[in-house]
Design a protein around this ligand. Structure first.
Ligand SMILES: [Zn+2]
Ligand SMILES: [Zn+2]
Length: 117
């Protein structure tokens, strides 16, 4: 699957105007975001925890992205409790930064992009 498009992901203030290039194949799943006139951001869309395509992506403050269920598991909270209940000392499974859960962002637009068509 190779989706190209231009979109305004307005509801997420992290983004603003950008174009994206979504590339999902067996070997790699990459989302390349290109901000207007500025740099490119490349997201690996494989969840570091379950090693599958990220489902209901959540971005931690450090910028790492996981499935919602995986990130809840990593933070030792129930999905219904949410990340406010996460221990301040809980660390990102990838970069080991602590306190990254409280400010995690639901990337719902990205989730929509990743849904099977
Ligand atoms: Zn996962
Ligand atoms: Zn991290």
């Amino acid at each position: 699957m190779n989706l190209k498009g231009s979109n305004s992901l307005t509801s997420d203030e992290l983004f603003g105007q950008l174009s994206y290039d979504l590339n999902i194949s067996d070997e790699k799943s990459l989302l390349t975001l290109t901000f207007l006139g500025s740099e490119k951001l490349e997201y690996n869309l494989t969840c570091p925890i379950c090693l599958d395509i990220i489902f209901q992506p959540y971005s931690l403050r450090c910028g790492h992205i996981f499935c919602k269920s995986c990130v809840c598991l990593a933070a030792s909270v129930l999905i219904i409790e949410g990340f406010k209940c996460a221990n301040q000392d809980s660390k990102c499974p990838v970069c080991r930064e602590s306190g990254v859960y409280a400010k995690s962002v639901c990337m719902s637009e990205l989730g929509l992009l990743l849904q099977p068509k």
